[in-house]
Design a protein around this ligand. Structure first.
Ligand code: HGY
Ligand code: MN
Ligand code: MN
Length: 383
């Protein structure tokens, strides 16, 4: 009889705890197709092999591990890449919980009537190439290979209809990324529409000591105004706007910059509000640029529409687990998959609400409750 390695969730998370961890921040730097992320893939392949799961690479950087074969599969899983200096749970919790949910089903003696798959999606955070959920977008054809620039690192094959045809539904488990969930496990209803825009500010490089204040064309001023305006415009609309990444050239203490490049992340309850917010910011930044003698351009890099998860599946999971239903402002591969297959999400409580930070945390007992919930769901959907 097949022997599988029954182990605890904390032990599995501990096995990967040192991979890609920055010793100074304590956060994870696990960008797609870099050494730590490749080590995590190897670790996942090894875990899947130990469990007798059949591995499949989809040619888009995504890995699947199958228990059983054929159509109408129930797929679970998440991602292993991170934001710069991210937490231990965002992504890996869904992958580790999936492995353990399969262990749990086998312990229960469950013989699923449908295949169960675990997916590890590539570049979910878009930390390396800018486009969030790159792997799931390529798999589904939401983006084509010729629409992405992977700088020669990887040559994706694009939409895999044969794999999509085999997926009956997808259920991603993920740590909650705010404080809204008061119980150990919840079920997602929706994802706010969101996007990323690149902002390019250009001016005139010059000497910090000799250039009169009135003679300057300083793009840093236009940038600074735009950061404050993004915050104000978001608050006015009950939306979220963040400028968390910036590059300055030449980045010298004693020189007026020639250019500033920054990225805006904007999210809101409706796409109309996201559009309004971005257009208001564009107008304000341009007006300020004309006063500063600078220029500004805004370029969309990654747009994700509003997602409503499959209502029947959502309600079935909420009933089965007696779990609350809640929306989120965070993006997920489940959001991309939901346009192609019935999709749901389970959230594990985040007591502080902190995420995309080394301080991200979930209690061990809530993570264990997540594994049990996922096992219950997989059993319910496959038996
Ligand atoms: O950025 C996001 O919303 C997600 O956590 N990838
Ligand atoms: Mn994330
Ligand atoms: Mn995530």
């Amino acid at each position: 009889m097949f022997e599988y390695p029954w182990t605890s969730l904390m032990k599995l998370l501990d096995e990967i705890a040192d991979i890609g961890r920055d010793p100074v921040s304590g956060g994870y730097v696990r960008y797609a197709w870099t050494e730590p992320e490749l080590a995590l893939r190897d670790w996942f392949r090894d875990q899947a092999t130990q469990r007798g799961l059949a591995l499949e690479d989809d040619g888009n950087g995504n890995i699947f591990a199958w228990w059983g074969s054929g159509p109408d599969a129930v797929l679970t899983g998440s991602h292993l890449d991170s934001v710069p200096h991210g937490g231990a749970y965002d992504g890996p919790l869904g992958v580790v919980s999936a492995l353990l949910a399969i262990d749990e089903l086998r312990q229960r003696g469950v013989k699923p009537a449908k295949p169960i798959g675990i997916a590890v999606f590539a570049e979910e955070e878009g930390s390396r190439f800018g486009l969030a959920c790159l792997g799931s977008r390529l798999l589904t054809g939401a983006v084509a290979p010729d629409q992405v620039d992977l700088q020669g690192v990887f040559e994706p094959v694009g939409r895999r209809q044969d794999i999509l045809d085999r997926i009956g539904c997808f259920v991603e488990l993920h740590i909650e990324q705010g404080r809204a969930l008061q119980r150990p496990v919840g079920v997602a209803s929706a994802i706010w529409p969101h996007g990323r825009w690149r902002l390019d500010f250009a001016g005139e490089p010059n000497h910090a000591g000799t250039t009169q204040m009135g003679d300057r064309r300083d793009p840093m001023l236009t940038f600074a105004f735009t950061v404050l305006a993004a915050n104000k415009e978001a608050r006015l609309r009950h939306a979220h706007a963040t400028i968390g990444r910036v590059q300055v050239a030449p980045n010298a203490t004693n020189a007026i910059p020639s250019s500033v490049r920054a990225w805006l992340d904007a999210r809101a309850p409706s796409p109309e509000i996201v559009d309004e917010l971005v257009e208001a910011l564009r107008a304000k930044a341009s007006e300020r640029a004309s006063r500063d003698g600078t220029t500004v351009t805004m370029t969309a890099e990654s747009i994700t529409p509003a997602i409503e998860f499959h209502i029947g599946l959502r309600d079935r999971l909420a009933r089965l687990l007696d779990a609350p239903i809640l929306p989120t402002g965070a993006g997920h591969d489940a959001g991309v998959l939901s346009a192609y297959v019935p999709t749901a999400m389970l959230f594990v409580r985040n007591p502080t609400g902190v995420s995309h930070s080394p301080l991200e945390y979930a209690a061990d007992e809530d993570c264990e409750a997540g594994v049990t919930a996922l096992a219950d769901v997989l059993q319910d959907l496959t038996c």
